[in-house]
Write a protein that binds this ligand. Sequence first.
Ligand code: SAM
Length: 284
Amino acid sequence: MLPGQPSQTLLRSAIRRAQHQMLDRPLILYDPIAVDLVPEASEPDILAEFGSSDELLPAMLRALFAMRSRFAEDRLGQAAARGVRQYVMIGAGLDTFPWRQPDFARDMRIFAADHPASLIWTHRRLRERNVERPPNLTHAPIDLEEQRLAEQLAACGFDLEVPAFCTLLGVSQYLSGDALDSLLRFAASLKPESELVLSFAPPDDELAGLDLDDTIRAVARTTELGEPWKSRLRARELTDQLVQLGFGDVFHLSPELAQARYFAGRHDQLRAPRFEQLIAATMK
Ligand SMILES: C[S@@+](CC[C@H](N)C(=O)[O-])C[C@H]1O[C@@H](n2cnc3c(N)ncnc32)[C@H](O)[C@@H]1O
């Protein structure tokens, strides 16, 4: 990220989720407040950008952003059922979960952990839209390259002695190897029943066709924005690393599984992407 500047990429993710609400049926992620959450995600802007919902590449991006939140929230519901009462959204961006939280989350403490410049910016934008902060949401400013998540969260009231559910959605590619390792070690230090859901970008040699095209474009675009990709991960190696760190249950939502679970029977262009994939790792 550029020094002192909020992330630009967080806005693109929010716009894609808003586009999904307007352009796709059936919905993979129901996010009724995504549209109009920020002016850039208004109905006229969305319609102006995409005259048609049949374009392949935008459709895949909408599929990705909807799917990764849906998968994380499905897993969060299961974690809540086994008693987890803390949720940390690492690199939260404009994720709207706190404003549309289902009943199971109401007695959870939710932490939106993000770069200080991004947090200030998102907070200001939501205030401009009169979106009040829910009482169970705490902002936790952190630069993941410079600071330790455990310390920053503890300073915001996070309880290291009870389990937590953590997400890292669309963030790992922007982190250095050291920052990512430190974050994985933090997640592995959490109490049993804790869980980490993270998305990751596989290297080019695992991609082809539109998946590769999209990655090449994304790398160029985000580099231009001052947010270059720093980490590309292979599912097998990441799984091995998580197992070595002590996670007892590591689940890779492969593109094939994701397709069957979230996209079966669709007649549009939305399909499970290969260019960003998901892993859920649970402490036993
Ligand atoms: C592409 S956005 C994803 C936002 C959100 N998770 C979503 O799915 O919409 C990347 C997020 O990572 C955060 N981020 C990037 N580098 C960071 C760092 N060094 N420390 C803290 N947050 C960082 C940005 O502020 C931004 O919110």
